[in-house]
Design a protein. Structure first.
Length: 113
């Protein structure tokens, strides 16, 4: 019985501490982290290429690329932890500063913002 009382007394400060950190605090921390992640994301960018333009919606682990013909393709990062190279069979996109190299069907295109 004494041991149970001791454990309960030791646990009491941790229970009080947990009660002080409400769900609202956790939510605002999550919202702040989400906002910070979104702020670091390049977002929508248009590049001029030899054969027209491409629009790139950069979502960090993937990009949604729309070319001059209106074709839209989602390209995952390749390899997955990469944030400047994206691709699928038949498509590749390499981003470097204001430059982009877009390859579609084996045909490379140099592009710039």
């Amino acid at each position: 019985m004494r041991r149970t009382t001791r454990v309960a007394l030791l646990a009491l400060p941790f229970a009080c501490l947990a009660a002080c950190v409400g769900e609202g605090d956790a939510g605002s921390t999550h919202a702040a982290a989400s906002a910070a992640g979104a702020a670091g994301r390049p977002g929508l960018t248009t590049y001029r290429c030899e054969d027209g333009t491409i629009t790139v919606d950069n979502r960090a682990s993937e990009v949604v690329l729309t070319d001059t013909t209106g074709e839209s393709v989602t390209l995952p990062a390749a390899p997955p932890e990469q944030r400047s190279r994206y691709g699928l069979p038949g498509y590749a996109l390499v981003l470097e500063g204001n430059q982009a190299l877009y390859v579609k069907g084996g045909k490379p295109m140099d592009c710039a913002r």
